[in-house]
Ligand binder design. Structure first.
Ligand code: SAH
Length: 264
């Protein structure tokens, strides 16, 4: 029997040949509509009404062609009851899983906003390329489960991308709260993170399950160790910082165009 499309994809990942094929399908996973909209416009994508997702979910998909690339942007959409964006790890993981199954991306990009620590060199509007991720709110004080909870993982290495675009590189810590308890803070410190978000490590976990290379780009909307309250600062800077994120993301996509993952 001829190998199925899925068998072929899996064996290509295993033998490394997928990394040497030019990238053609990029999947963006973006938590908030405000973060996604400028990119949807920039890449001239259109919303796909015939969903590849199960019936009834809030997830939204935009797709189209940009240069020689097929680009999909998926968002978790609005909570059916409360009407706000479904931010956080649960929605991000489910959406990433379903999108990998349906769209078979060559590369995943999780682009979004994050809080930054000025003590670690972050400023409002900085866009970071993430080298490592971990969780800061999964405390399981039992040997080995503690490490599982933290879930530290290195991201796919993209030294040429970082160098060519002079991107700042840092570690990211992910948790399901916008604010930060003293326990979270200690864990973020232990994770050596410069930025903190609510989705990155979850997207990275799912991408890693299926061995799809993933790039995380995080733009700083608020300084956690600054003077202003996080929620207020986040909302104040969301629009302007999103436009910085949009610019860097476009440069990243232009750089990727015509390359294979191994060249990144
Ligand atoms: N009040 C906001 C809530 C958004 S939650 C609103 O409705 O507009 C924050 C989102 O931005 C999440 O997707 C998260 O990944 C990111 N984020 C920005 N700053 C953050 C911070 N300081 N801590 C955690 N996540 C942050």
């Amino acid at each position: 029997m001829a190998p199925s499309h899925d068998d072929k994809a899996v064996s290509e990942v295993r033998d490394g040949s997928a990394a040497k094929r030019p990238i053609s399908n990029i999947l963006f996973v973006i938590a908030m509509q405000t973060e996604a909209s400028p990119l949807v416009e920039k890449f001239q994508l259109t919303e796909q009404p015939d969903s590849v997702f199960p019936e009834g979910v809030s997830w939204v998909r935009y797709s189209g062609k940009y240069n020689d690339l097929n680009i999909d942007i998926v968002c978790p959409g609005k909570d059916k009851t409360l009407g706000v964006d479904c931010v956080g790890t649960v929605s991000a993981a489910l959406l990433t899983y379903a999108s990998i199954q349906a769209l078979r991306p060559d590369l995943i990009i999780n682009a979004g906003t994050a809080g930054g620590f000025k003590a670690k060199g972050a400023s409002i509007g900085d866009v970071f390329l993430v080298s490592d991720v971990a969780f800061h709110d999964r405390r399981i004080p039992i040997p080995v489960f503690d490490l599982y909870g933290v879930g530290a993982r290195e991201m796919y290495s993209t030294p040429n991308l970082a160098k060519e675009l002079s991107l700042k590189v840092c570690k990211l810590s992910t948790g399901d709260s916008l604010d930060m308890t003293p326990e979270d803070e200690a864990s973020i410190l232990a994770n050596n993170a410069t930025v903190k978000d609510m989705e990155g490590a979850a997207v990275a976990y799912v991408a890693d399950l299926f061995k799809v290379p993933a790039i995380l780009l995080k733009a700083v909307t608020d300084l956690i160790d600054g003077e202003k309250p996080t929620a207020e600062e986040f909302l104040q800077n969301l629009a302007s910082v999103t436009s910085a994120l949009d610019q860097t993301t476009t440069q990243v996509v232009d750089f990727i165009s015509g390359k294979c993952c191994a060249d990144l």
